[in-house]
Design a protein around this ligand. Structure first.
Ligand SMILES: [Zn+2]
Length: 325
């Protein structure tokens, strides 16, 4: 280790570069035609560098922490005014910068195209995007709606982006760990995440707080069954009525026969669960002259229990249906 070559290198290395000895290497024909040729290539590969601010904020796990970190970075860079407290205006500027950074990373080509007045890529075209103040927004069709600008033109965000994950988590936590449907509606007040429904659902399912506190549905203790269900009686004395449909029917088997929309009226005996079905149009009367079953049972119905088809008939009172058109 104490050899002179280790410490100071060859002597010619210490003189002027123009005076360095030059030795030509003559490979000769044998060198070129040898059986084995070893080709060595040194390729310097560098990954695409992220924005330093982006790398910094990704170390934070909370969106609000990321915003405040960005504010302090901007203050340090003297891009915003110093102050004693972090104001909402500071947070707004920080958020705009972060959104621009994410959008330029994922939609840089589309933003350039839109700024030049050209068409954007296929995946964004149906949103009719626009660029305002450097931010990519949904154009949409709500220009005449009486809602805020952010609601009309939400900011477009990608789904596969760590910052967007933190944004979704932030809204989930600040809205009392709400479910995916309400969370999606809240986020869409300001942001439009591409394929955001799946992202929001996955983020909600990944929430440890929700997982630990997931409530188990407790079925209520049911009351006693009504007497008509448990006491013997004549068939269809106590009857439940329901409708289902519409179904398409033809009144013949010939070609070109018109299709009609029809419904099926279902009578269920409350005592023995016997079933009777009748085909009818929606505007027909349940107890009108055309109802064979009602006519056959006229005067024998003890009670009729209606299963939720209000609007078909004029009124129902206490579960007992009153016929009429
Ligand atoms: Zn949660």
């Amino acid at each position: 280790m104490e050899h002179r070559l280790w410490l100071s290198g060859p002597a010619w290395l210490q003189i002027n570069e123009s005076l360095w000895p030059v030795t030509s290497i003559d490979l000769g024909e044998e060198g070129l035609e040898g059986d084995q040729h070893i080709h060595t290539s040194l390729v310097n590969v560098r990954e695409k560098e992220e924005h330093p601010l982006y790398e910094l904020v990704l170390r934070r796990s909370s969106w609000s922490f990321i915003l405040r970190t960005t504010v302090w970075v901007l203050r340090f860079a003297k891009l915003i005014q110093l102050g004693e407290f972090v104001t909402s205006k500071d947070l707004f500027i920080a958020e705009s910068i972060l959104i621009k950074m994410v959008q330029s990373k994922h939609f840089g080509f589309d933003i350039k195209q839109l700024v030049l007045g050209k068409e954007c890529s296929e995946k964004l075209r149906k949103l009719r995007p626009l660029v305002q103040d450097g931010l990519l927004r949904v154009g949409g069709r709500l220009g005449r709606a009486q809602i805020t600008f952010d609601q009309k033109h939400p900011l477009i965000l990608p789904a596969k982006e760590p910052l967007v994950d933190r944004l979704v988590d932030y809204y989930h936590q600040t809205n009392l760990h709400t479910g995916p449907h309400l969370l999606e509606a809240i986020i869409r007040q300001k942001y439009w995440i591409i394929a955001g429904r799946n992202l929001i659902r996955s983020r909600v399912h990944a929430c440890n707080h929700c997982f630990r506190r997931k409530p188990l549905a407790k079925p209520p203790i049911m009351a006693d069954l009504p007497s008509c269900r448990v006491q013997p009686a004549k068939a269809f004395l106590h009857t439940g009525v329901d409708y289902f449909g519409p179904i398409n029917i033809t009144l013949g088997r010939r070609r070109g026969t018109s299709m009609y929309k029809a419904y099926v009226c279902l009578f269920v005996c409350m005592s023995i669960k016997a079933v009777h079905m009748e085909l009818r149009s929606l505007w027909g009367s349940l107890f009108g002259s055309g109802n064979q079953f009602y006519r056959s049972q006229a005067g024998t119905f003890g009670s009729i229990h209606v299963f939720k088809f209000s609007g078909v008939y004029r009124y129902a009172d206490g579960g007992i249906i009153h016929p009429g058109r």
